[in-house]
Ligand binder design. Structure first.
Ligand SMILES: *[C@@H]1O[C@H](CO)[C@@H](O)[C@H](O)[C@H]1NC(C)=O
Ligand SMILES: *[C@@H]1O[C@H](CO)[C@@H](O)[C@H](O)[C@H]1NC(C)=O
Ligand SMILES: *[C@@H]1O[C@H](CO)[C@@H](O)[C@H](O)[C@H]1NC(C)=O
Length: 424
């Protein structure tokens, strides 16, 4: 069962024309808005989600892989890869440069560098990081205009998506040729969504629009990303209105050794109400080393667990399956426990399944605990083994994330939906 059947997107697009006419008017002539919205897409091979940003002059769509740990977005620029007449190199002696790079270093175009079409003397020299290969390379800090849109309430006729204006946004230009390695086809770079950096997209958009909260939200079913906070107007089951009214929350923690990432306070894991025995030490972040704890990383297609947690989870799950007369079959890599689909009871008959327990809430992931393989003849427990000494004990990946969630840095909380909300 795909999550898409649970979300029907109500925003109507054809009225866009109305706003295109008034596009050149100043932002304060527009009806009020409280967030901006961009499309997402997903690369079918790497399963990476990408934000589609229209930027530069002339406007061109740039696909950037979402990077929850990214301090700064970065686009591959070398040798004519980034052509826009409106970009501006950011000077090394500027406040933005000191946010991007410590110590500040200035680009000097000499020697072999002059053959390189991308070199601006005295631009801010930065290092750009590829979150997939973990490769850090050289680059420059630049700014260019980004086309922004929002959702406007339109009388009683519903909600329409229309333009706001063009905003300058700073990003890194990667000049090392292997920068795009490991990123899916068509990706031009990475979108930095880090929670602490003042140059992440989240921080830059909240600085650009004073009414915005430092927040982003993902609709992985309708493939949209919002910056600035709600409302998120949807129809969901019998619900119509602002989805954030249905949110449950878990605190977001800061890992002092990895400040950009989104750690959540998982206290325990349950399967059909049974607590999975886990060494509690693995669930807390060691403040000195940064090791341990649980985080959300959308670059991981499936949730990755430290070996002892993984084994314990499989043990409890297969025991439940046995009691339910669910037939186990040969596991399909990378999964460790797989079942014959026809023998699995429908999730609606037995809600619960895998749940992550937070201090004051619990997050039931229900049907997303399983992954269909072999044309749905087989379903596997959708968790993978992360080895014995991973840096982070639980890395919650894209498959388990569900279709809508909000990362609210301004209030240090993660908003999520339960599968059954809106269904009553
Ligand atoms: C070229 O730049 C480097 C620093 O990147 C500097 O050390 C070197 O002296 C420069 N060479 C010339 C000829 O300016
Ligand atoms: C954190 O890790 C260090 C180094 O491994 C260790 O000495 C220390 O006891 C750990 N702290 C806690 C609270 O476990
Ligand atoms: C499983 O099968 C056994 C033997 O056929 C039966 O007694 C039991 O009630 C079944 N359990 C469930 C949960 O269907």
């Amino acid at each position: 069962m795909g999550s898409s059947s649970f979300a029907s997107y109500v925003i109507q697009f054809p009225l866009l024309l109305f706003f295109l006419v008034s596009f050149s008017s100043a932002a304060n002539d527009l009806p009020s808005f409280s967030n901006i919205i961009f499309n997402l897409d997903r690369d079918p091979l790497t399963l990476q989600y990408r934000i589609n940003i229209n930027q530069g002059t002339p406007l061109a769509t740039v696909k950037l892989v979402l990077d929850f740990s990214g301090k700064l977005s970065a686009v591959f620029c070398n040798k004519g890869a980034y052509t826009s007449s409106s970009y501006q190199p950011i000077k090394c002696m500027s406040p933005q440069c000191s946010l991007a790079s410590k110590p500040v270093t200035c680009v000097s175009c000499n020697g072999t560098q002059t053959k390189n079409s991308w070199c601006h003397k005295n631009a801010c020299s930065i290092s750009t990081r590829n979150p997939v290969t973990r490769f850090s390379g050289k680059g420059e800090l630049v700014s260019d205009v980004v086309y922004t849109e929002s959702i406007y309430a339109f009388g009683n006729e519903g909600y329409i998506r229309g333009p706001i204006d063009l905003r300058p946004i700073s990003f890194g230009c990667a000049t090392t040729s292997n920068f795009l390695k490991g990123l899916g086809e068509g990706a031009k770079g990475v979108a930095g969504l880090g929670r602490s950096s003042r140059l992440s997209l989240v921080s830059q958009f909240s600085a650009a629009f004073p009414q915005f909260r430092r927040t982003f939200a993902l609709d992985l079913s309708g493939l949209l990303i919002y910056f600035g906070g709600g409302p998120y107007i949807y129809s969901y089951g019998t619900f119509f209105g602002d989805l954030s009214k249905l949110f449950h929350y878990a605190p977001l923690l800061v890992n002092p050794k990895s400040k950009e990432e989104y750690f959540v306070d998982v206290k325990s894991v349950k399967i059909h109400g049974k607590t999975v025995p886990i060494d509690k030490k693995l669930l807390s972040i060691n403040k000195t080393t940064g090791v341990g704890g649980a985080k959300i990383d959308i670059l991981k297609p499936y949730t990755v667990l430290e070996t002892s947690i993984y084994k314990a989870l499989i043990k409890v799950h297969t025991k439940w399956a046995k009691g339910m007369n669910v037939t186990r079959v040969t596991p399909v890599a990378p999964f460790g426990a797989c079942y014959k689909s026809s023998t699995i009871p429908p999730w609606t008959s037995k809600p619960g399944s895998v749940a992550f327990i937070f201090p004051k809430s619990e997050w039931r992931i229900v049907w997303r605990d399983l992954v269909s393989v072999n044309n749905d003849a087989v379903r596997c427990l959708g968790f993978v083994d992360g080895g014995l000494k991973p840096k982070t004990s639980i890395v919650i990946g894209a498959h388990q994330l569900g279709w809508f969630m909000e990362f609210d840095t301004s209030r240090s909380r993660w908003g999520f939906l339960q599968p059954e909300s809106g269904q009553q």
